[in-house]
Ligand binder design. Structure first.
Ligand SMILES: *Cc1c(COP(=O)(O)O)cnc(C)c1O
Length: 343
């Protein structure tokens, strides 16, 4: 990796961050008169700006140090902060592999960054030959790799990711929003090996806490320090920190849900295979499956008439619907409707 000081935007290098009341005094006290809070009520105190309790349990679970962890208001906040940390508006670039998660494009546009989209190959894998020529551009700061990829569902090959991590002297972000549904370890196991690696995860999918807005970044401590400087002081509410903590305490429930979703996934895929209008089911390592279907947009609209909403991805990949795995009942209702539409 290039020296971090060359990668970070100059204005962020110079930034003196907002110093909150909870930054200035961190010890134990019984009388808090430092933050202009109302002394009455239940949610009257500002949250812990660094989410210490949540980070402790996350660090333990991931076998990492708390200094290697950042918690954001959803991983969408993390993505935006990474643009603000590394990508100079109007000058710098980011790169990703399309089709992929739409927020990289939106965050790039908001931050006036050029986003290079290298198409994934026929197997929805990274095309290294197409990618390598971009890597020497000194203005290229960030690469986003979504694995398992949304909306295609597949994991991206380790060898290709390794090659990029080794060759590129900027930052490589691996978005693991769906990693808990895949039979693969997290890349956060390899932080020591690659100092330019940032891994993001979220509580929104496998942890069932989409409403709580909790995202995680795993990275080397010097990157985490910059994210802490940059973030809004109280970016994760007390309620949301507590919800994340409870989820981490309740591993058993989490594991049971993952098993159920994986079982439902294989049942749904088996059933889909027998429906005539379903042309292709793409392999998935996530809690959704992408299917190619005759007249997909039409089918999408007809399903909505029945109150069933899937995601029409036909603009990205012709005639495809992305179907999230629901409960047995929900999946069966979907299958019944599809069978009727096919007959
Ligand atoms: C859903 C999703 C996210 C969203 O994360 P939040 O933590 O809810 O902001 C991030 N990345 C990918 C690839 C996703 O599909």
């Amino acid at each position: 990796m290039r020296n971090l000081k060359e990668l970070v935007r100059p204005n962020i290098l110079k930034l003196s961050p907002y110093s909150s009341a909870r930054d200035d005094f961190k010890g134990d006290a019984s009388i808090w008169l430092d933050a202009n809070e109302n002394p009455f009520g239940e949610l009257n105190r500002y949250p812990d700006p660094y989410q210490r309790e949540l980070k402790k349990i996350l660090a333990k679970y991931n076998d990492l140090k708390t200094t290697q962890l950042f918690v954001g208001n959803g991983s969408d906040e993390v993505i935006d902060l990474l643009f603000r940390l590394f990508v100079k508006p109007g000058a710098d670039k980011a790169l990703t592999f399309s089709p992929t998660y739409g927020m990289y494009r939106v965050s790039a546009d908001i931050n006036d960054a050029q986003l290079i989209e290298v198409p994934l190959n026929n197997e929805f894998q990274i095309d290294l030959n197409e990618t390598i020529p971009y890597l020497d551009d000194p203005n290229l700061k960030l690469i986003f790799i979504c694995s398992p990829n949304n909306p295609t569902g597949n994991l991206l090959r380790n060898e290709d990711i390794e090659e990029l991590l080794g060759r590129f002297d900027g930052i490589v972000v691996i978005d693991e929003a769906y990693i808990d549904f895949a039979d693969a370890p997290s890349w956060n196991k390899r932080l020591e090996e690659f100092d330019n690696l940032i891994v993001t995860q979220t509580f929104s999918k496998a942890r069932g806490l989409a409403a709580a807005r909790l995202g995680i970044a795993f990275a080397n401590p010097s990157i985490i320090e910059f994210l802490n400087k940059l973030k809004p002081p109280y970016n994760v509410s007390t309620l949301n920190q507590a919800a994340g903590y409870r989820s981490m305490k309740n591993q058993r429930e989490f594991e049971l849900q993952i098993e159920r979703i994986k079982l439902e996934r294989s049942k749904l895929i088996d059933e889909l295979k027998s429906i005539s209008i379903v042309k292709r089911i793409f392999p998935t390592d996530a809690n959704f499956t992408l299917v190619e279907i005759e007249n997909a947009t039409d089918i999408y609209l007809q399903l909505t008439q029945k109150g069933i909403v899937v995601r029409d991805r036909s603009k990205l990949i012709p005639n495809t619907l992305r179907i999230s795995i629901g409960t047995t009942t929900e999946n069966n209702l979907l299958l019944n409707e599809l069978k009727q539409l096919a007959s």
